[in-house]
Design a protein. Structure first.
Length: 371
């Protein structure tokens, strides 16, 4: 076999590059002989405050009885999601993270004859799940750090089945203005399913958040994705959801693994959704610390992309080398060379004390490299 990943699996599957996740604390502690308690992980855009205490209570209640499979219909969570978003019960579908729903879109919509379109600098799962279907992904160059919405719509052909678009966008941190998004959704031909990934929606100021009702009115062939992994701090439980016409969600549901969302995940998500004070507190902390980190990058003389999310992209020269030097010191950031951004790093915004540790180590690493 020619390369390290080749097996007797399908050739197009052998060719899929492995997903490079943020390194877990336990792995970094083992590799560098560090005390796990002193490691700061700012690599996967997780909530540094944890999750709502009400979600923790809900999880504890589930722990008392684990015999039964979860509610197949996710009844209680779906009712809560429908009410919170002003849509009907059959317009929402939970998944095992929004990643689950991205996967099912690729399985249901793409094959060797039907391709996906993504903007340059997109969440890696869009392309990898398309590749698993033997489908091509057409990458439309960004305009500066923003999506080129005109070029994305213009790239559509009869063979385009899906456009994946995230706003705010990971790993860049920029967001599409609501009016531009609406114009884009109106311009894309009706045969294309537009997947609008709003994993970081809640970090936008309210006035900059797209109006769901207007989006659904403008475009029928639309799937909006949300997650409990970011603002709600439930990444460990893997819960996300889609909002779309019932016909679209019915396809996704048929493709999902039965009982995809665990009982604890459903209960914790419902409790987290209700705790708007917790989400607001994290939103506010994130906004304050984002300003502080961006000001610090400026004072170091580093370029950064002003962020609308809970992470910041900043330029350090040799991204993988600086990430490695920080990791040796117990600070885990995310290299983005796999996006073609070798000179940049992405850092998730942590608690004030975590950001202090990150900044002081970054200053020392940069000084050492300059010496
Ligand atoms: C843009 C984007 N979409 C989706 C996801 C996946 O989130 P989930 O944990 O819901 O699978 C992420 C996670 O980092 C993301 O950045």
């Amino acid at each position: 076999m020619s390369d390290a990943y080749a097996t007797t699996a399908l050739a197009h599957v052998n060719a899929i590059p492995p997903y490079p996740p943020g390194r877990p604390i336990s792995a970094v502690a083992r590799e560098f002989g560090l005390d796990p308690a002193k490691i700061v992980k700012l690599a996967s855009n997780e909530n540094p405050m944890g999750c709502s205490p009400k979600a923790l209570e809900a999880i504890a209640q589930c722990a008392a009885d684990t015999r039964f499979y979860p509610d197949f219909d996710n009844y209680s969570l779906r009712e809560a999601l429908a009410a919170a978003n002003g849509v009907s019960f059959d317009q929402v579908l939970p998944g095992a993270g929004s990643s689950d729903l991205i996967l099912q879109v690729s399985r249901g919509w793409l094959n060797a004859e039907r391709h996906a379109i993504v903007p340059q600098y997109s969440f890696a799962a869009y392309e990898s799940t398309a590749a698993a279907q033997g489908a091509q992904t057409i990458v439309v160059p960004a305009k500066g750090w923003d999506h080129d919405l005109v070029a994305l719509a213009a790239a559509v052909t009869d063979a385009t089945a899906v456009i994946f678009l995230a706003t705010p966008n990971n790993p860049i941190g920029t967001a599409v203005a609501p009016a531009d998004l609406e114009a884009f959704l109106a311009a894309v031909p009706a045969h294309v399913l537009v997947v609008l990934d709003e994993a970081y929606r809640e970090f936008l100021p309210a006035a900059e958040q797209p109006d769901l009702k207007r989006l659904l009115a403008i475009r029928e062939n639309l799937l909006v994705l949300r997650t409990f992994s970011k603002i709600h701090g439930l990444a460990a439980l893997r819960v996300g959801y889609g909002i779309a016409r019932p016909e679209i969600l019915s396809i996704l549901k048929r493709l999902q693994m039965p009982f995809a969302v665990s009982t604890a995940g459903q209960a914790a998500a419902e409790a987290a959704l209700a705790d708007t004070d917790f989400a607001q507190a994290y939103h506010d902390l994130n906004a304050r610390e984002r300003d502080r980190l961006q000001a610090a990058f400026a004072s170091f003389g580093l370029d950064y992309v002003p962020s609308k999310a809970n992470f910041i992209l900043f330029e350090v020269g040799d991204g993988p080398a600086v990430a490695q030097a920080l990791m040796r010191r117990g600070v885990i950031t995310r290299p983005v060379a796999n996006y073609g951004l070798k000179t940049w790093l992405r850092v998730s915004i942590g608690l004030p004390e975590e950001n202090d540790v990150f900044l002081s180590n970054l200053g020392e690493v940069l000084a050492q490299r300059a010496a």
